[in-house]
Design a protein around this ligand. Structure first.
Ligand SMILES: [Mn+2]
Length: 475
């Protein structure tokens, strides 16, 4: 990934700055529409802090990507500026017709694939338009940050949110960050807003007592430890570690001995690349008091994600905007989410034998046994915990009780590099059976009619066998 593409992205961000700056006033009633996940919430918080600083009146709506009929309704609302964050790229036809067409201004800051027709009242920022890969090189929060940091330097400490959003979208690969993310993270370290270290990467590193942190771990899921309080207590006792300290308080020596003890119990997983990477590696700690909330970015991301998944994104937004009083609710969300994730992974672990294999994919159907809201994240965690072989895309189908099946797909970055694109494949296969869907090359979802599930799987396998043309990115 070349510097030229990164420069193009920065120039595109500057164009959004030029569009936004004259509108930063109390006359611009603004509606922010953001995706309900860690990246979307972080993006909304960065943007909202900028709007707030300039007395721009705004409201934020968190939602999955809106359908055309919903965009039609949105266009009737009395706002002069509509900002789509972490969505919008694949909805440009409806946005053009129902929002720009009504004389409103629009900003889209997104990293999903899409088409951008020219319009004088439209500003957009999208890595795909700059030759970058939106699945890895920058997330929506990184895009919004790239805009606001050029509006005023005082927004620079918000870079931690941009990196947290990228981690939430799994843009940190084995070798670290790439593209714009790499530039942002390195600069954040240079400016002292972020500290990079090495350690156990379990969620709750800076928040929970070590025994609780181990019991709740699903990132990675550790067989024999996750969900097993007695085993966690005995492990910690054996090592002479104070059970009430957090991981971050243990110190490097105790942390390494804990890591080695986990590896010793993990059996063959100790040599599994995904599992090792999930368990141990780079940690990112906030070095600024300008952000409240967890000090560790992985904890921050998990907190935002939990608020989103449990339908209370406003708590995550409040914390990311600097409201300390929202922290206890947001932390309670994280805890509850971790318990639910433990349940979802527990189900999967006890049904690993139920995966079915086709030439091009691996799939499982869970009926209504697992909450659909947990599935995307649970599947990603199962893969990074080494629970499922990742030699082909993995599909998890679940009943959502409306005559529809929700399809969640994940694929290893390595397969994406070889040209496997589950987003396009899902879109085509779902369309072919009267459903709809899409997403990134490594993560996508779809809805299909319940009665056509088998047909959908066959179509999807066929589509993946034929390959889907998306220009290959070379580095
Ligand atoms: Mn995103």
């Amino acid at each position: 990934m070349g510097r030229a593409e990164i420069r193009r992205f920065q120039r595109a961000a500057d164009e959004v700055v030029s569009f936004l700056k004259p509108r930063l006033s109390s006359d611009t009633r603004t509606k922010v529409i953001a995706h309900t996940d860690a990246d979307g919430i972080a993006a909304a918080a960065i943007f909202a802090r900028c709007l707030y600083a300039y007395n721009v009146p705004f409201t934020v709506r968190f939602t999955r990507p809106l359908r055309p009929s919903e965009i039609l309704e949105l266009g009737k609302e009395k706002y002069s500026l509509f900002a789509f964050l972490d969505q919008g790229s694949s909805q440009m036809v409806a946005i053009h017709k129902f929002i720009l067409g009504k004389g409103h201004d629009v900003i889209v800051m997104d990293h999903h694939v899409g088409e951008f027709p020219e319009h004088p009242d439209l500003a957009y920022l999208n890595p795909h338009q700059c030759g970058l890969n939106g699945a890895r090189d920058v997330s929506a929060s990184g895009g919004v940050y790239s805009v606001v940091e050029h509006i005023d330097r005082s927004f620079r400490p918000l870079v931690g949110l941009a990196v947290a959003g990228a981690i939430g979208d799994r843009q940190e690969v084995f070798s670290g960050f790439t593209g714009v993310n790499d530039v942002l993270a390195k600069r954040a370290v240079d400016l002292g807003f972020l500290r990079v270290g090495e350690g156990l990467r379990l969620i709750g590193r800076t928040l929970s007592p070590v025994v609780e942190c181990l019991r709740l771990t699903t990132k990675p899921y550790i067989a024999g430890i996750s969900g097993n309080l007695a085993a966690c207590r005995s492990l910690v006792n054996t090592l002479g570690i104070s059970p009430s300290s957090t991981l971050a308080e243990l110190g490097p020596k105790a942390e390494r001995s804990l890591r080695d003890a986990i590896f010793a119990r993990a059996g063959s997983l100790a040599t599994n690349e995904e599992f090792c990477h999930a368990l141990w590696g780079t940690t990112y700690t906030l070095g600024t008091e300008d952000l409240v909330g967890p000090r560790e970015l992985r904890d921050y991301m998990a907190m935002l994600n939990a608020c989103g998944d449990l339908h209370k994104p406003e708590f995550g937004l409040a914390v990311a905007m600097g409201d300390k009083t929202a922290q206890s609710e947001a932390f309670a969300m994280l805890n509850s989410h971790q318990e639910q994730m433990l349940g979802a992974l527990g189900w999967l672990v006890s049904h690993l034998g139920s995966f079915k294999l086709t030439p091009k994919l691996r799939y499982i159907y869970s009926g209504s046994a697992v909450d659909p809201a947990m599935i995307g994240e649970a599947l990603s965690r199962a893969m990074e915990s080494g629970l499922i072989a990742i030699d082909r895309p993995i599909i998890w189908l679940t009943d959502i009780g409306t005559g529809e099946i929700k399809v969640t797909a994940r694929s290893a970055p390595r397969l994406a590099m070889q040209g496997v694109d589950v987003g396009r494949a899902l879109e085509r296969a779902a369309n072919a059976v009267g459903g709809w869907g899409g997403g990134h090359d490594v993560a996508a979802s779809a809805r299909v009619p319940r009665g056509r599930m088998d047909e959908f799987i066959a179509k999807l396998d066929q589509t993946l066998s034929r390959g889907v043309e998306r220009p290959m990115l070379t580095s």
